[in-house]
Design a protein around this ligand. Sequence first.
Ligand code: PBG
Length: 334
Amino acid sequence: MSGFPAIRPRRNRVDAFTRRLVAENKLSVDDLIWPIFIIEGQGIETEVSSMPGVKRVTLDRLAAHVAPAAELGIPALAIFPATDPSKKDGEGTEAKNPENLMCSAARLLKREFPELGLVGDVALDPYTDHGHDGVLRAGPGGMYVANDETVEILAVQAVIQAEAGIDVIAPSDMMDGRIGAIRGALDAKGLIHTRIMSYAAKYASAFYGPFREAVGSGASLKGGDKKTYQMDPANTDEALREVALDLAEGADMVMVKPGMPYLDIVRRVKDRFAVPTFAYQVSGEYAMIMAAVRNGWLDHDRAMMESLLGFKRAGADGVLSYFAVEAAQRLRGL
Ligand code: PBG
């Protein structure tokens, strides 16, 4: 009856060795996937204005751009192309060109960095002049992204990317049935080892704004939205249904996107399915942290590492993050 608390959780926080011993989660370099932007042309490196520190590079600069990530042991890159507007059309035809920017980058990177995993974005928005992830046809409520016609194109896009050296096909389009169609198309070509990381629970989010600037799809979209195919931020059960479908269709890994506002979804997916689960800390999340850092309102390294650790705590096996290189440097003590 001393009046002192019998149990003091603070004892396990009293010094660094104890805190290290009782830490439940740990971020490692093995958890990181670095999204990169490539553009057409020669000798160009431009910063994405809403993403300080993030660049778009031409292929002649690509090996130098990527070398630090390879040296740090980051397992994989996710590649996104900013297609020249002259190559965009209503049907996203350039997506099916085996000589397009994405496939050329894949061949180059596989040659230069054979051990580095390559994740290829599959969707039509970098290639369409209207900025949608699929082809537009008359449909419910006016012009509509036509599901089944889009899926046929995505399957071709996936095959040419895999043939160019992409290891992991990552469909970010949210069409119904695309995982099954892509798996079938890959297998028919004997590409049985090509993995599929599906953007299974991808929400119609405000946080993609800076990405759309980076690949030039935002201007094309002209204020339109993607609510007829990306998920409503209000929903959780629907995310589980989407994940179940993609797994049944052959997805090897699933992703939740965006990241920080959707950690509840990451946790539910991991608990329910116990499959490799990834989260995408998207462009707007990066922009938000960097804006505060630039104002002197947040500490860069601490905010970065805490935000990434949050994904591990929520159950993610890995994180796609624009911070990947800097986080890997900190994790390596650099
Ligand atoms: C589109 C795609 C988007 C992102 C990845 N693939 C944006 C969108 O759906 O418009 C966003 C990534 C980011 O914001 O970092 N296929």
